[in-house]
Design a protein around this ligand. Structure first.
Ligand code: MG
Length: 180
């Protein structure tokens, strides 16, 4: 018989797609990527940050990015998605909103599917940028990129697809009574 102190673990996933169009800026994970095409969007179109925000919100069961930052609201026109991520991170630390819970981000893993340009030269800067906004070490932030071998809408250069997975840990340890 005894007391066992345990932190609870929460997992979230996020997914987003944006169309590509010539002459628009391309932002991914808060980094400006030199490219002939960029993302069609109400915000700055950072499809990777959008997927990450949805994963974080999902893990905390706080809805989704469209609920908190509706694209019908002119306030978010052209907005820097780094600001949206900072706001989402703030929500995780808001005990009142989360029924007394306070979430720490344990790790983040992002996969970007884009035919071109090649993203490898920017991966490190992406990890640094996201880690800084989330207030965690870069070693906890993974960003991966892949093409789709010219298959599908990504392969034809019509859009970009991103998946994000996160793990949160509740700061408030809960006591669980158990028998041995
Ligand atoms: Mg989006």
């Amino acid at each position: 018989m005894g007391w066992f102190s345990s932190n609870s673990i929460r997992v979230g996933n996020g997914y987003d797609v944006h169309a590509l169009k010539e002459g628009l800026p391309m932002w991914l994970c808060g980094v400006s990527i030199p490219s002939e095409k960029g993302f069609v969007a109400h915000s700055d179109g950072d499809v990777a940050i959008h997927a990450l925000c949805d994963a974080l919100l999902g893990a905390a069961a706080l809805g989704d990015i469209g609920l908190h930052f509706p694209d019908s609201d002119p306030k978010y026109k052209g907005i820097d998605s780094k600001k949206l991520l900072a706001e989402v991170v703030g929500m995780l630390k808001d005990r009142k909103r989360n029924g007394g819970e306070l979430y720490d981000i344990e790790n983040v893993d992002i996969t970007i599917a884009l035919q071109e340009p090649k993203l490898r030269p920017y991966i490190d800067q992406m990890r640094e940028t996201l880690a800084r906004i989330m207030g965690i070490e870069k070693t906890r932030v993974s960003v991966k990129a892949t093409t789709t071998e010219h298959l599908g809408f990504v392969g034809r250069g019509e859009g970009c697809e991103v998946w994000a997975t996160v793990q949160l840990i509740t700061k408030s340890a809960k006591r669980i009574f158990f028998w041995t």
